[in-house]
Design a protein around this ligand. Structure first.
Ligand code: SF4
Length: 395
């Protein structure tokens, strides 16, 4: 059984950095400046396993190592299998590329009309605005470019991306991503969101960000004012495990929602992190407590060196089955596989339909009981009655 979700059990405080003045600790710039980015930084605070040491030495050529002090506090330094630790401390498994793994697992490079724009679906684009993040997730789908450890040399040109969107009236939805867009300065974000808002056919603007989770100090009143000014701005955050739900994150989500930003969560199903029904249930309950709607549960993409972190997708289906009907429907994310090679997101659901005949859909409910919903043929639907007929009927 996973621990009780009561707020008393959520992390708070400065942990290992208790001596740092609160003003510094609460500054996102201090957090960035004091990130743990090297083997020796980690070894100052914890004993790494041989596997982790090897992973850390390899990271500079694959995906940089960086962890904010705030997020490092959430790691159990005595448990090599800590679910937070597994997400951000590299392991030797990153050095092995399985045959099915790819540098660009969801085929973004094939749908890139200009640098920084991925245009896969007709009415929406992904706009990559930076290659930097506050901390780096070891299973990142875009590790080919994020942190530039692989010399991708991504130099986002906002103007060419904006011009592409302006000249394509079919684009109604823009997702800012990267890297993490919230690492841009307030001035740049204000400009970018302002320019997007000026485009008449852009109806929907959203931001994909793990900053609230890695660096909640970045959610400042000034940033919230920018979201209010250009709203509605929607946001997808990325929380994978209940231990990432802290009082500081809860406060950041509250500030965002007060600024009119609806928040959804996208988790990645990860081996020995959250591939367990009780852990997932605790996570989605805590998300609701933070005003965050669980949105997607992703099967981990086939990124190179991720086999040790990828869970069996059948576990994802089992988890969804264990939740549906057993907890608040609002809290249940859609499990999806982003089809390898670029087929887009495909919903993966437990099978509740037994058969569909000409007469009925035969279904099973969450506890396995069978039900039928009858299908009405068009021939049996009564025609509308006209006014004189209605008078006759009513007489
Ligand atoms: S925050 Fe997002 S873009 Fe950055 S490393 Fe993690 S998954 Fe990749």
């Amino acid at each position: 059984m996973y621990p009780n979700d009561s707020l008393e059990n959520w992390h708070q405080g400065q942990g290992l950095w208790a001596d740092v003045p609160a003003e510094d600790w609460n500054s996102w710039k201090w957090q960035l400046k004091n990130r743990l980015t090297k083997l020796e930084h980690l070894e100052k605070y914890m004993k790494l396993t041989a596997d982790e040491r090897a992973g850390c030495l390899f990271a500079k050529d694959k995906l940089a190592l960086a962890i904010t002090p705030y997020f490092f506090n959430l790691i159990d330094r005595n448990d090599p299998n800590c679910p937070v630790r597994r997400q951000v401390i590299p392991r030797a498994g990153e050095m092995h590329t399985a045959p099915e793994e790819m540098l660009d697992p969801v085929g973004e490079e094939n749908t890139k009309p200009v640098d920084g724009i991925v245009h896969r679906y007709p009415d929406r684009v992904l706009f990559l605005v930076t290659d930097r993040c506050a901390s780096y997730c070891r299973y990142c789908t875009r590790s080919r470019l994020v942190s530039n450890a692989q010399d991708y040399n991504f130099h986002p040109e906002f103007e060419s991306g904006l011009e592409y969107i302006r000249s394509h009236p079919e684009i109604r939805d823009v997702l800012l991503s990267g890297g993490d867009p919230l690492l841009l300065s307030d001035r740049k974000l204000d400009h970018l969101l302002g320019e997007l808002r000026k485009i008449p056919h852009v109806e929907f603007i959203r931001i994909g960000s793990r900053i609230p989770v890695f660096l909640p100090q970045r959610i400042t009143p000034e940033l919230c004012e920018i979201f209010k000014k250009h709203g509605p701005i929607w946001m997808s955050i990325h929380v994978n495990h209940p231990n990432e739900c802290t009082h500081t994150l809860r406060n950041a989500c509250e500030q965002l929602t007060y600024a009119g930003v609806p928040i959804g969560n996208q988790s990645v199903l990860l081996r020995n992190v959250n591939d367990d029904a009780e852990v997932m249930k605790s996570l989605i309950h805590r998300l609701l407590m933070m005003r965050v709607r669980p949105y997607y549960l992703y099967q981990c993409d086939l990124i190179t060196g991720s086999a040790h972190l990828r869970a069996d997708p059948r576990k994802g289906i089992e988890i969804i089955r264990s939740l549906r009907g057993h907890t608040t429907g609002y809290s249940i994310p859609q499990f999806v596989i982003d089809a390898p090679g670029g087929g887009g997101k495909i919903p993966i659901n437990p099978d509740y339909i037994k058969e569909v005949t000409d007469e009925a859909i035969v279904m099973r409910n969450f506890s396995g009981d069978e039900y039928r919903y009858p299908l009405t043929s068009d021939a049996n639907i009564p025609n509308d009655v006209n006014a004189p007929e209605l008078e006759t009927i009513l007489m």
